[in-house]
Ligand binder design. Structure first.
Ligand code: NAP
Length: 189
């Protein structure tokens, strides 16, 4: 499951659990991005904070793990590199790449797009009422799943923290505490 996770919230966790159930996955590897390829216009929280919050949020689930492949690779994060690194670590695995449907809608513009479809099956998780437009996508390479809990968004969590509003129960308790401890998202414009 790829994402910026700035911060990780319960929508991401419910989405991972739903996709794992639907596709009978053995494990969900959360992969926080390093430098996101299409996000050079806004300040993204340091990858170490995003990684730590992802570890805290997933710690209690034995089927959830967190990978540092995107964080440790220099330069911008491209999914083709993520999948290549994960294939090296788990050569026998049948890989599914899960992320937000809004992100997957742009997949044809991603680096080495045609190759991606041979490397993994893609699953786009959507918020209620936001269908994925699959215009132009090859048949059967992308599945979508609507996840009601994705009414929660990282943008909303960041704005709530900046406005001094509570984020309890939108993100796991340990993530609330991590945000408070390090003063994340306080100074947003
Ligand atoms: P984003 O633009 O931050 O997010 C787009 C939408 O998808 C937002 O609504 C976001 O909600 C949601 N979303 C993102 N990750 C999600 C997840 N794991 N589960 C559920 N919803 C999710 O997208 P991003 O985080 O930069 O990129 C997502 C993934 O696609 C990353 O792994 C990234 O590396 C990959 N990607 C690759 C390329 C490329 O190879 N060229 C280009 C773009 C993205 P929240 O803000 O609430 O998460």
């Amino acid at each position: 499951m790829g994402g910026t996770f700035d911060p990780i919230h319960h929508g991401h966790l419910v989405a991972a659990s739903e996709v794992a159930h639907r596709f009978e996955l053995d494990e969900v590897i959360f992969v926080p991005t390093g430098e996101p390829a299409f996000k050079q216009d806004r300040d993204v929280t340091s990858s170490e904070h995003r990684y730590l919050m992802t570890v805290i949020a997933t710690a209690s689930n034995p089927r959830f793990t967190v990978s540092r492949v995107d964080i440790e690779r220099a330069g911008l994060t491209y999914t083709v590199d993520t999948l290549r690194d994960l294939q090296k670590e788990r050569p026998d695995a049948d890989l599914y790449f899960i992320t937000g449907a809004d992100a997957i809608a742009q997949i044809l513009t991603w680096k080495d797009a045609p190759q991606l479809f041979d490397m993994a099956h893609f699953v786009g998780v959507t918020r209620p009422g936001h269908a994925l437009s699959d215009a132009g996508l090859p048949n059967g390479v992308v599945s979508t799943l609507e996840v009601p809990a994705l009414a929660i968004s990282s943008t909303d969590v960041r704005e709530r923290v900046a406005d001094g509003e509570p984020v309890w129960y939108l993100v796991p308790d340990g993530v609330v505490q991590h945000i408070a401890k390090y003063g994340l998202y306080r100074g947003l414009p």
